[in-house]
Design a protein around this ligand. Structure first.
Ligand code: T5A
Length: 206
């Protein structure tokens, strides 16, 4: 049996990942393509508890190392409990964020360093790599405007535009060295972005 396809969506907060992920889910469902959807941090009983701690604005004293290790703990749980078993059964996995988020947010923006984040990412995922990563690239002002229409910011969103700009730079730097990461201009209509995603995914499927 062939392994499932592992598809991840990445980008700064409010870049439109979830919107695109939903369009892909709709198309997979219509075409009878088997998949599961997961999100990070979260997606398991343990992971959702960790998510609550990570995003709670009251936890503003959380150290950078504690934050990094909590993201990796949630990732270790979902990779072993959900992602690897699904891929091994031949089921496609669509994931809203995976370890590239840690590289961009904790490694670059929080300056924890690539050596440390690469090491922890490999350990937490047991070297499980996405087949394709769709990086929705957008300027932080536009993303912030989109998000603000939705209500109060969580702990990480509340870090502001300069932080999101550093995250964006981290993602773009990372994309230069990773063939699997496809950089998409996210400042377009959802339909125009999705057309590009559709073509990339169907190239892989066929
Ligand atoms: N994090 C996560 C780390 O720091 N390290 C890690 O290792 C991991 C895994 C997760 C937070 O944790 C951080 C990153 C995050 O700060 P989250 O709640 O999952 O938090 O937040 P996000 O992943 O950022 O998800 P959001 O829901 O906030 O944003 P999305 O999914 O990027 O955006 P989406 O699709 O919900 O769209 C946002 C708004 O824009 C509109 C939508 O309708 C919506 O209102 N929109 C568009 N408008 C115009 N044109 C388009 N093309 C549009 N697309 C969407």
């Amino acid at each position: 049996m062939s392994k499932g396809l592992f598809i991840t969506f990445e980008g700064i907060d409010g870049c439109g990942k979830s919107t695109q992920l939903n369009l892909l889910k709709e198309e997979f469902t219509k075409q009878g393509i088997e998949f599961i959807e997961v999100r990070e941090p979260g997606g398991t009983r343990v992971g959702e508890k960790i998510r609550t701690i990570l995003l709670d604005r009251k936890n503003d004293s959380m150290t950078r190392m504690a934050e990094l290790l909590l993201f990796e703990a949630a990732r270790a749980q979902i990779t072993e409990e959900v992602i690897i078993p699904a891929l091994e059964k031949g089921v496609n996995v669509i994931c809203d964020r995976f370890y590239d988020s840690t590289t961009a947010y904790q490694g670059y923006a929080n300056k924890m360093g690539r050596d440390l984040t690469d090491f922890l990412n490999l350990k937490a995922t047991n070297e499980t790599y996405p087949d394709i990563t769709l990086l929705l690239d957008i300027d932080p002002e536009t993303a912030c405007r989109r998000r603000s229409e939705r209500g109060e910011a969580d702990r990480i969103e509340a870090l502001g535009l300069a932080y999101q700009e550093a995250v964006r730079e981290g993602y773009l730097e990372l994309a230069k060295s990773e063939e699997r990461i496809k950089v998409l201009d996210a400042d377009r209509t959802p339909e125009a972005i999705y057309e590009e995603i559709h073509n990339l995914i169907w190239d892989l499927i066929s």
